[in-house]
Write a protein of this length. Structure first.
Length: 146
């Protein structure tokens, strides 16, 4: 049974994980924003959560996500025997699980609270934006020259 894959396939797996997070966060953020809008109908400020999330996401892209994505892609390019489970380091999967639990918990606590719903929507849109913007590296990455 062959367990190795090529680095291109592993980059695609890593990219699929990266972009699936963005999609989930966009759906979740949209749902939270619709709930907030239903609480305070006609309150137009609710929709400022979208540009606020985009702005936050742009900052996160520059400060955190591009560097993290680049480091992971460089790591993948150095793997001598890439395997599907090496798309990310084990610590990333633990961090991801913790973030999913934390995000779910905070979203649950925000239910019925206008400010909490909008704040969580901004956070979700910000993370989704950062994931989408930094995800371009999966197509433009060039392995480091050794």
């Amino acid at each position: 049974m062959k367990t190795s894959i090529d680095q291109t396939t592993l980059r695609l797996v890593a990219g699929a994980i990266w972009f699936s997070g963005a999609i989930v966060l966009l759906v979740k953020g949209s749902s939270l924003l619709l709930q907030a809008a239903a609480l305070w109908q006609g309150y137009r400020w609710t929709w400022l959560a979208i540009p606020a999330g985009l702005l936050l996401g742009g900052v996160k892209t520059e400060l955190i996500f591009e560097k993290a994505c680049q480091r992971n892609l460089d790591r993948i390019s150095r793997l001598e025997e890439p395997k599907i489970w090496l798309a990310y380091r084990p610590g990333f999967y633990l961090f991801l699980a913790a973030m999913i639990v934390l995000g779910g918990t905070l979203s649950g606590l925000a239910q019925g609270n206008y400010g909490g719903l909008v704040a969580m929507a901004v956070l979700d849109f910000g993370l989704a934006t950062a994931l989408l913007a930094s995800g371009r590296l999966f197509w433009t990455h060039r392995p480091p020259q050794i």
